[in-house]
Design a protein around this ligand. Structure first.
Ligand code: MN
Length: 338
């Protein structure tokens, strides 16, 4: 964050405000961890604040402190609307286009509040007064740490803030494995541990959450894996029937896509997941190295994200979607095999 932005934010926070914090739809550990971390901080400095999620988040993230006070726009619509309509400052976290909040999109578009965006995805829109965007950052949670530090308040970080931000960092770095992990990420994480985050407990709660149903669903996805050696690509698919047969719950397929990348030489891994209710195929893309799944998702599957991790969707059925995907690979053969 540059010093000009810091000045503006300090001025904005110098008086009590009614603040709303909004993460993207289907919040993950980074979205919810950064939101709750910021929420605790804003309350600490005397602000009135609420986290409003567009829809529910996975049960394995509900151990995070502050969860009981989160408003869910879908479930608590009246209370969420009332708060939104009287808010004067709106932080949008872990996304950079207002279209990423589902049913909340028209509400945010019409909101009279001042917007502050804190995010690490590519190609930010320009809806915010302050845009703190840095695609090199491991996570939005690491950016919230920087945000608090820039305001001179790193020493005020409580164990609750530390736990929430730590959860965001381990989620988005896959426990410090992904290429976005910098030495600074480790330094921030170390400081969060010093300030009360319990690394083992947080990671245990986020990652060791398998149920028999989820493990069997994983085995189903792995059985469906197709390896395209010529393109250093591996993809999996899960139909709605397969999800139903394993009592699918939100978050169950989290991380499945990464298994493809654990194969030697595979640089591009994809999972296609059918969603009958929305009539779409949800797609997750992962890559290793320079091949940009952000561009691939943007150009072909109405999505985007980061260079090595992105999401998208298709309105066609599974068969057509996979066929289209396979046909596209020829155009990227050079990049994928170089
Ligand atoms: Mn993130």
């Amino acid at each position: 964050m540059n010093s000009e932005d810091v000045k503006v934010i300090k001025a904005l926070l110098s008086k009590p405000k009614r603040i709303v914090i909004v993460p993207h739809k289907n919040p993950d550990g980074d979205a919810i961890g950064s939101s709750l971390g910021l929420w605790y901080y804003l309350k600490l400095i005397g602000q009135e604040a609420r986290v409003i999620v567009p829809n529910d988040y996975p049960r394995f993230l509900k151990f995070l402190p502050g969860t009981p006070e989160v408003l869910n726009f879908e479930r608590d619509n009246a209370a969420a609307m009332e708060y939104l309509n009287s808010s004067d400052l709106c932080f949008t976290l872990d996304f950079n286009q207002l279209g990423r909040v589902g049913q909340m999109t028209p509400i945010l578009e019409g909101l009279g509040a001042t917007f502050i965006m804190i995010d690490h995805h590519q190609a930010p829109d320009s809806y915010a007064k302050i845009t703190y965007s840095d695609t090199k950052m491991s996570s939005t949670a690491e950016m919230i740490y920087n945000f608090i530090s820039s305001l001179g308040d790193a020493n005020k970080i409580t164990s609750e803030i530390a736990e929430c931000l730590y959860a965001g960092i381990v989620t988005d770095t896959g426990s410090f494995k992904y290429s976005s992990t910098s030495s600074k990420t480790h330094q921030v994480a170390a400081d969060l541990i010093d300030k009360g985050a319990n690394s083992f407990e947080v990671q245990n709660k986020i990652f060791d959450t398998n149920t028999p149903d989820r493990l069997k669903l994983l085995s189903c996805a792995l059985k469906n894996m197709v390896i395209l050696k010529n393109y250093n690509t591996a993809y999996m698919s899960l139909s709605q029937a397969e999800l139903d047969a394993h009592n699918y719950k939100k978050g169950d397929t989290e991380g499945f896509v990464n298994y493809g990348l654990t194969l030697q030489d595979i640089r591009f891994a994809v999972i296609f997941i059918e969603n009958k209710e929305e009539g779409i195929i949800k797609i997750s893309f992962r890559s290793e190295g320079e091949f940009s799944v952000n561009e691939f998702a943007r150009n072909h599957f109405h999505g985007g994200g980061h260079t090595n991790a992105a999401g998208g969707k298709s309105d066609n059925n599974m068969e057509e979607t996979v066929k289209h995907f396979e046909a596209l690979l020829e155009n990227y053969k050079e990049q994928l095999t170089r």
